[in-house]
Design a binder for this molecule. Structure first.
Ligand code: GDD
Ligand code: MG
Length: 350
């Protein structure tokens, strides 16, 4: 069994974080994001993984290499220009000769993939799609299911009036099991979307198309700052089982600082006296100076937080400088190398 990870999107909704770091390798609790997907695939015995890239492919390849370090074999296919999700699958067809698990490259899940593969086989399906349940389906692909879990409708990013009478809250979780026959529905060298083109086509042709409903598994699309931050808080608060995260990296932490039990501190950090770190993730080589407060936030590597600065519910990119007494408030997302002058406020203040 092979896997294809669709990791070529520009990550626009996660800007400015994705200006220098493509979304597939943004750090999540200090690990490049795709390592979580690789863990999930490897756990199901799938070690032959192709990454379909388009945006900043070299950076991704540099970080993940040939996969040996992570117990898998990674292959890379780079599109000359983005082909769309379905077009990217077709573009990789030379490497796909069998049943293939396809992943959107921005979903964090601890789903046991072998369950959907078994289900796919039992149904003798051509295409099987994993479903998650969410409160607001309008930002996703809505999937309506009939008898025996057969897919009956697929509506990508439905408008409020389109879902009005439908009462469906199951969405495309971005995990598919596809037979090579699906490749035949996609023309060569054309931009095609699974969501807008291929899935509707499968329905029109009435091919065996089934949905597997995830139940207690964790699922989150990390493609927006709010979701990215939420994924961190879920990790810190024990809501995502199945991954081994390394705490206890070597850092220079002052005894008179307070770091709560939930927080993660990367290697080589310097944490000065009087600092408070609560429910946060601090990347490698971050300096936090006297009396700074970091709460519910994610700080990427090599940033410097000057004394008495306060950061809450924010994401700070790599190598930023937060000046003394600055107040960085909820929803702030700073791109790499941002420098905030002392006393800057990114919150409404009198
Ligand atoms: N190789 C390649 N080429 N990858 C692409 C391209 C492309 O042209 N376009 C998008 N991707 C990758 C992205 O990098 C991302 O990992 C994945 O495909 C999905 O793209 P998003 O842009 O993140 O889509 P979305 O989040 O709006 O919606 C998709 O995911 C939802 C679940 O998170 C859809 O599949 C929805 O139906 C689904 O509910
Ligand atoms: Mg997405």
């Amino acid at each position: 069994m092979q896997a294809l990870i669709l990791a070529g999107g520009k990550g626009t909704r996660l800007r400015p974080l994705t200006v220098y770091t493509p979304k597939p390798i943004v750090p999540v609790v200090n690990r490049p994001f795709l390592l979580y997907q690789i863990d999930v695939l490897r756990a199901a015995g799938i070690t032959d993984i192709t990454l379909s890239l388009s945006y900043q492919p070299d950076k991704i390849q540099q970080v993940l290499g040939n996969g040996a370090e992570f117990g898998v074999t990674l292959r890379y296919i780079t599109e000359p220009s983005p082909m769309g999700t379905g077009g990217a699958y077709k573009f990789a067809s030379d490497t796909i000769g069998e049943t293939c698990v396809v992943f959107n490259g921005d979903i964090l899940t601890n789903f046991d993939i072998s369950k959907i593969v078994e289900f796919h086989r039992a149904k003798n399906s051509s295409a099987t799609i994993a479903l998650a349940t969410v409160d607001d389906p309008t930002r996703y692909g809505l999937v309506g299911v009939g008898d025996g879990q057969r897919v009956e409708r697929f509506i990508e990013k439905p408008k409020a009036d389109e879902i009005g009478g439908l009462d469906i809250n199951t969405i495309n979780a971005g995990i598919y099991v596809l037979e090579p026959s699906i490749l035949e529905l996609i023309p060569v060298d054309t931009n095609r979307s699974f969501e807008y083109d291929v899935f509707p086509e499968i329905l029109t042709r009435e091919l065996p198309f089934y949905a597997y409903l995830m139940q207690d598994e964790y699922w989150q699309d990390i493609g927006t700052p709010a979701n990215y931050l939420a994924a961190h808080h879920d990790f810190l608060n024990g809501k995502i089982s199945g991954f081994e995260l390394e705490r206890g990296a070597v850092s220079d932490v002052a005894t008179r600082s307070e770091i709560d039990k939930l927080s993660f501190i990367g290697e080589g950090c310097v944490i000065k006296p009087g600092v408070k770190i609560i429910n946060s993730v601090i990347g490698t080589g971050v300096h936090v100076e006297e009396k700074a407060v970091i709460e519910n936030s994610v700080i990427w590597s090599h940033s410097r937080i000057a004394s008495s600065a306060e950061i809450r519910n924010a994401i700070i990119g790599r190598s930023c400088h937060i000046g003394r007494n600055a107040i960085v408030g909820a929803g702030t997302v700073l791109g790499d190398k941002t420098s905030l002058t002392d006393y800057t406020k990114t919150v409404n203040s009198e």
